[in-house]
Design a protein around this ligand. Structure first.
Ligand code: GLN
Length: 490
């Protein structure tokens, strides 16, 4: 059962081969045994999970089960959960108990999914390795001396080690796709606006988007189906007819299930900078896509190289504004001793935020300040437009775009911790997608040196989630990379 897909779990629950309480018990036992080494969870909610599982069992018995009723999941600790600690990986919110549920949390609850707990993350989702967590780094289940990627590294590691069958994440610049790649799981970031940001603690609001991790594309499709949907409480939530994200998961026609699919390969994603072992796995995956009937064409994203500089102006600018609410007054960390109000603000923020968060608040405040706004922020917004235009032009020639998710496999804990720019560069293939607001996923496509997972990124046009999931699903039907598992308790 531990390794069953969400569809298999659904069938087992419906056939009463296992109860939701028993299933939750299996995963809680694994978390207890394996998480002390991995540190994928910040909070485990044993009592809440068992209560939700009992309710799910009743619902199943009454014949009212939805696709995820009774299935255990985990939430990234960026999502507010009513009555349960929501830390966002920060000392600032270490003791914060949310009075309400995020939209994503409420939707999965309404569906009857069983939340096991909250997963570890880089503080305020700022990072690519999970080393910026106030609660200590998460370890990669494939090699516990290595990072799982970030910022949703806890969710990715939890799914990779099967501490949870599926999990939520958020992706501002790659935080679902990059940890999915580094831990050998599948992760999807939908089109901006598809998943409500209500109750999802804000980092960079024009880029933040909720997403999902699963062992396969099919599992991600089921998770996204539960998470997506219009929410009037988020002004950027899109009012669209609900979609069935599993609709393209058919088997396809015979030996050519991807016939008619044109995959664009951006020259800029295949230049120097990609590690040899990543390149080999990505090239082999593209051969498989071609063998399945897809056609590949070269495309160009000439402004993609400007994505990182643009992102590191826009994201810190928005973060400096969003994080101004943490002032020690209404909630969050407050310093024990202070002289006056200004001193209380300053000391609370000095104590509550970690180094990377402070760095970004400083950069953001600088680029938004009088005299610099036009030089930095406005320029970055113009680059954003050019990057979106590049994608638009590329999609005139292809249906989806493919390339590596991350330039390297997982690196050693500590290796890049003192070099923020090296850390920022690890998102070189993912960030442009957020600037354009496009959907993209990462799926396992092989292993690099040391048997470390490699991910392939598929990017689609707006609202092409089902198409991306369908293409990845057909690849996964023909290959077994997504079924490979790290040694238990490694
Ligand atoms: N690594 C990027 C950053 O540090 C992206 C993080 C994210 O997507 N939340 O900002």
């Amino acid at each position: 059962m531990i390794h069953a897909s969400l569809t298999e779990l659904r069938a087992a629950l419906d056939a009463r081969r296992i109860s939701s309480v028993e299933l939750a018990g299996l995963f809680l036992e694994r978390i207890e045994r394996l998480d002390p080494k991995l540190n994928a969870f910040i909070t485990v909610d044993r009592d809440g999970a068992l209560a939700a599982a009992r309710a799910a069992d009743t619902r199943i018995a009454e014949g009212r089960a939805g696709p995820l009723t009774g299935i255990p999941i985990a939430h990234k600790d960026v999502f507010c959960t009513e009555g349960l600690a929501t830390s966002c990986g920060s000392k600032m919110l270490a003791n914060f108990v949310s009075p309400y549920d995020a939209h994503v949390v409420a939707r999965l609850k309404a569906e009857g999914a069983v939340m096991l707990g909250k997963t570890n993350m880089d503080e305020f989702a700022m990072g690519s390795s999970n080393e910026n967590s106030h609660f200590g780094p998460t370890r990669n289940p494939w090699d516990t001396a290595r990072v799982p990627g970030g910022s949703s590294g806890g969710s990715a590691a939890a799914v990779a080690a099967r501490l949870a069958p599926a999990a939520t994440g958020t992706d501002t610049g790659g935080s679902v796709r990059q940890p999915a790649a580094l831990t050998g799981v599948t992760g999807i970031k939908p089109t901006y606006g598809v998943v409500s940001r209500y109750g999802m603690i804000a980092y960079a609001s024009s880029l933040d988007q909720g997403g999902a991790f699963g062992a396969s594309s099919a599992d991600c499709a089921l998770m996204l189906g539960a998470m997506a949907g219009f929410d009037p409480r988020d002004s950027t939530s899109l009012e669209r007819t609900p979609e069935d994200y599993t609709r393209a998961l058919g088997d396809g026609a015979g030996g050519q299930p991807l016939a008619g699919l044109t995959i664009g390969l951006p020259v800029e994603f295949f230049g120097p900078g990609m590690a040899d072992d990543v390149r080999a796995a990505v090239e082999a995956a593209l051969d498989t896509y071609r063998a399945l009937g897809a056609r590949t064409v070269e495309v160009s994203l000439p402004n993609a190289r400007l994505a990182i500089p643009a992102y590191y102006v826009i994201a810190p600018a928005e973060a400096s504004s969003n994080l101004s609410r943490f002032d020690g007054v209404r909630y969050g960390h407050r310093v024990a001793e202070y002289t006056d109000l200004a001193d209380m603000y300053a000391k609370s923020r000095a104590e509550g935020f970690g180094a990377e968060v402070k760095r970004r608040i400083l950069i953001g405040t600088y680029v938004l300040s009088h005299g610099y706004y036009d030089a930095y922020y406005l320029q970055a917004q113009k680059l954003r437009r050019l990057i979106a235009e590049d994608f638009r032009a590329a999609f005139a020639r292809c249906d989806v775009i493919a390339g590596p998710t991350s330039p390297t496999t997982a690196w050693a804990i500590g290796e890049k911790a003192d070099d923020p720019v090296q850390m920022y560069l690890s998102d070189i293939y993912t960030i442009a997608v957020n600037l354009a607001g496009l959907p993209a996923l990462s799926h396992p496509c092989g292993f690099g040196a040391g048997r470390l997972p490699v991910g392939l990124q598929l990017i689609g046009g707006y609202f092409a989630e089902a198409r991306l999931l369908g293409a990845a699903h057909r690849y996964q039907q023909a290959t077994d990379w997504h079924l490979q598992r790290p040694a238990d308790g490694a």
